[in-house]
Design a protein around this ligand. Structure first.
Ligand SMILES: [Zn+2]
Length: 263
C-alpha cells in the first residue's frame, strides 16, 4: 500500500472558516481531523503545497476508544494477510500466583519459550499473541498461529511444564473465522490493563513483508507539535482565517485562487 503521488497537488474541495472547523471538530472530531479526543496538532511546512500545514496526531493509546478501534481494524487487516491456521489459548493457574500482575510478569516470556520448544519438534511456527484478562483480571494468552499440525497433548504438556497450568485449547481456524471479531473480543477490554501497554506481540515472520510507504509524499519539514487538538489550536491562532483540506487530514490556509468555504 502506498500513498497517492503528491504532484501535481490535488486539492480536496473542502474548506472551512476557522470557527466552523473548530465547531465541527468539537461536535464530531472525525469530520475535520480525527475522532481521537486526545489528539495533538502537528504544524509543519509542506514543500509540495508550499505553505504551513496542520494535521492531527492521534494518541494511539489502547485506553482511547477511537484509537483502540482503529488499531484493532488495522491489525485485523494485517492478520488476515498473515493467514493464521490455528487458534491456541494458553491459560494460567491463578492458584500459583499471588496476583494477576505477578502471573503476567511470570508467564509472558514463557509463551515464546513454548513456541521455541515446539519449533524444535514441528518446524516453522509463527504467531501473534493477544493478552486477555478474565473477569477477575487474570491474564490469558490467545495466539493466532501459522504452523504445521501440532498435537494438543504436546502443547499442553509443555505449557504445563513451563507454567504449571493445565488448560490449553488448540483449534484449527475455520472458514468463517473473522480476524476483526476475534481481535475485538479480546482487545477491546484491554483498557482495564494498566500495568502494560503490550497487548499484542508477534513473532518476527508472522506478518508477510509489506511494501515500504512512500517517504514523506507531501515534503513535510520543520515539524512542531502543539498540545491542543487541531480544531481548537487553529481557532485560537487563526480565528478569522479560512482553511482548505489539501490532502486527507492535512489542512492549510486557503489562497485566493482556491475554492470558497463550504459554509
Ligand atoms: Zn486517541
Amino acid at each position: 500500500m502506498s500513498l497517492p503521488a503528491p504532484t501535481p497537488p490535488k486539492y480536496i474541495q473542502r474548506t472551512h472558516q476557522a470557527r466552523s472547523l473548530h465547531m465541527a471538530t468539537e461536535a464530531a472530531p472525525n469530520l475535520a481531523f480525527t475522532d481521537c479526543w486526545n489528539s495533538q496538532t502537528l504544524e509543519c511546512y509542506s514543500s509540495v503545497f508550499e505553505r504551513t500545514v496542520w494535521m492531527a496526531l492521534r494518541c494511539n493509546q489502547w485506553a482511547c476508544k477511537p484509537c483502540a478501534r482503529r488499531k484493532i481494524s488495522l491489525l485485523a487487516r494485517r492478520v488476515n494477510d498473515a493467514k493464521p491456521n490455528r487458534l491456541l489459548t494458553l491459560t494460567i493457574d491463578p492458584s500459583l500466583w499471588p496476583d494477576p500482575r505477578a502471573a503476567f510478569d511470570g508467564t509472558r516470556r514463557l509463551v515464546s519459550e513454548l513456541i521455541r520448544a515446539l519449533r524444535k519438534q514441528f518446524g516453522e511456527i509463527e504467531y501473534l499473541r493477544v493478552t486477555e484478562l478474565t473477569s477477575r483480571g487474570w491474564p490469558h494468552y490467545h495466539l493466532l498461529v501459522r504452523s504445521p499440525y501440532i498435537p494438543h497433548a504436546v502443547v499442553k504438556r509443555l505449557w504445563n511444564q513451563l507454567t504449571g497450568a493445565i488448560i490449553v485449547d488448540l483449534q484449527p481456524v475455520r472458514n468463517k473465522f473473522q480476524c476483526y471479531t476475534y481481535l475485538v473480543k479480546y482487545l477491546s477490554k484491554m483498557h482495564r490493563l494498566e500495568w502494560t501497554n503490550r497487548h499484542v506481540s508477534f513473532s518476527k515472520q508472522f506478518f508477510p513483508p509489506t511494501e515500504p510507504l512512500e517517504e514523506n509524499p507531501y515534503g513535510l519539514k520543520d515539524k512542531v507539535i502543539m498540545e491542543a487538538r487541531p480544531g481548537k489550536y487553529l481557532f485560537a491562532a487563526y480565528r478569522n482565517c479560512i482553511f482548505i483540506e489539501l490532502a486527507h487530514g492535512l489542512w492549510g490556509l486557503k489562497r485566493h485562487d482556491e475554492p470558497e468555504p463550504d459554509q
